[in-house]
Design a protein around this ligand. Structure first.
Ligand SMILES: [Fe+2]
Ligand SMILES: [Fe+2]
Length: 407
């Protein structure tokens, strides 16, 4: 019997000891021949090592050497993106190191282009009051809460909601139904047989998790028409989905309940920016170009130009749609969680956002890595030594779910 790192497993090897996930769910019994989908599922659930039969350890050698020239290039590029961070802080030091490794190995999901938007000449500066007035007026034309979001929100709040009831709500939207079934049949969940009914998915995965997923997906799909010259929509969705997944993984590691609420918080954390891009394209164009031309973070430039940031715009929507208070807390404070009413969940979304930006998985238009709230980190108390494993787990989950963005 040999312990073999999951990264070095090969299809055809035989499992010598059963493998279970963190919740005790059996992933594969001993004696089974390991297939490539099993390896994927082990990675998704953060199984770093398994015991296989036989004397051939499966090539468990030291990690392959990275190309030094490439490492230097990536380090230099990341240093520019990190200009608003103190890289001497132990958390950021470790994350920077992991981000360099990740970017060396995962070119394919890195942001490829960063369209520079020329700053329009001498635009008048609106005052804070102008913008907030404008936003209030825009509320009239912003979509009112769609019935399905309202019903899903009600279903989450009601602990007595049945699988049948949730299934009926989701089934009213054919596109949501198709997307939900795609998710539950993805390797993210790894169920052995095909699930073709939402109510079946609800009973397998759980009411809260499935309704939260449906809620998040429904809201994100409402704002799908971001002008292409401002930010690429698929890239924006990648950033949002990755932030949702990383938030959930950090929350689970922190033993925080309601991990599905953290997933939705991460998914929606930059929803305010979506509203700005869709409903205020002219202002967004100016803010984007100022951020790039002045090397300031987009978040700061929003505040300088509009008097409020996308986090405040997001909160307006959360309030208007009467979404759960925890979501409002996490969205509003995701850039300064130490002053939140609920610091830990907001700090988790904050950390997820920084990590996803460092790794370069999609973008919400922010060129620089957003500032790090050190006081919130103290409250979060995650071991730095766990980052590598958690990032590995979350990126595998991201790959398993990424396909839902392409339809
Ligand atoms: Fe943000
Ligand atoms: Fe973000």
């Amino acid at each position: 019997m040999n312990a073999v790192k999951t990264d070095n497993l090969k299809p055809g090897q035989v499992l010598a000891e059963e493998v279970r996930d963190v919740n005790g769910r059996l992933l594969l019994a001993s004696g089974n021949e390991i297939q490539s989908n099993h390896i994927r599922i082990f990675k998704i659930w953060g199984i770093s090592e398994v015991n296989v039969a036989g004397t051939d350890g499966g090539g468990d050698h030291a990690d392959s050497e990275l190309d030094e020239e490439l490492v230097e290039q990536i380090k230099n590029r990341l240093m520019i993106l990190c200009r608003h961070l103190d890289l001497e802080h132990p958390v950021l030091k470790e994350l920077f190191k992991l981000a360099v490794q990740f970017r060396c190995n995962h070119d394919q999901i890195e942001v490829e282009n960063d369209p520079l938007v020329p700053e329009p000449e001498s635009q008048p500066e609106p005052t804070k009051q102008d913008f907030l007035d404008n936003l209030r007026k825009k509320k009239i034309i912003l979509p009112e809460i769609p019935a399905i979001v309202f019903e899903l929100n009600e279903a989450i709040a009601n602990p007595m909601s049945s699988a049948e009831h949730i299934g009926q709500v989701v089934n009213r939207s054919p596109s949501l139904t198709a997307r939900m079934l795609k998710i539950v049949n993805s390797s993210f969940y790894g169920f052995p047989s095909k699930i073709d009914k939402v109510s079946h998915a609800v009973s397998l995965i759980g009411t809260r998790e499935i309704t939260s997923l449906a809620l998040g997906i429904s809201i994100v799909s409402i704002f799908k028409n971001i002008p292409k010259e401002l930010v690429d929509m698929v890239s924006f969705l990648k950033h949002s989905l990755a932030c949702g997944i990383f938030s959930r993984v950090f929350a689970a590691h922190h033993n925080l309940g309601q991990t599905e609420q953290l997933f939705v918080s991460g998914l929606l954390h930059d929803i305010g920016r979506m509203i700005l891009y869709v409903h205020f394209p002219q202002e967004s164009r100016i803010i984007l170009s100022r951020s790039r031309n002045r090397s300031k973070s987009l978040y700061r430039e929003e505040k300088n130009y509009l008097g409020c940031s996308h986090a405040e715009v997001g909160r307006q929507l959360m309030k208007q749609w009467k979404l759960p208070l925890l979501l409002e807390n996490n969205v509003f404070y995701h850039h300064n969680p130490s002053v939140a009413q609920q610091v830990v969940p907001a700090a988790i979304v904050h950390l997820a956002d920084i990590v996803v930006n460092l790794l370069g998985i999609g973008t919400s238009g922010e060129k620089f890595i957003p500032p790090f709230d050190q006081a919130a980190w103290a409250a979060l108390d995650l071991p730095i030594s766990s980052f590598e494993k958690l990032i590995g787990q979350a990126t595998h989950q991201f790959r398993a779910l990424e396909s839902i963005l392409h339809d």
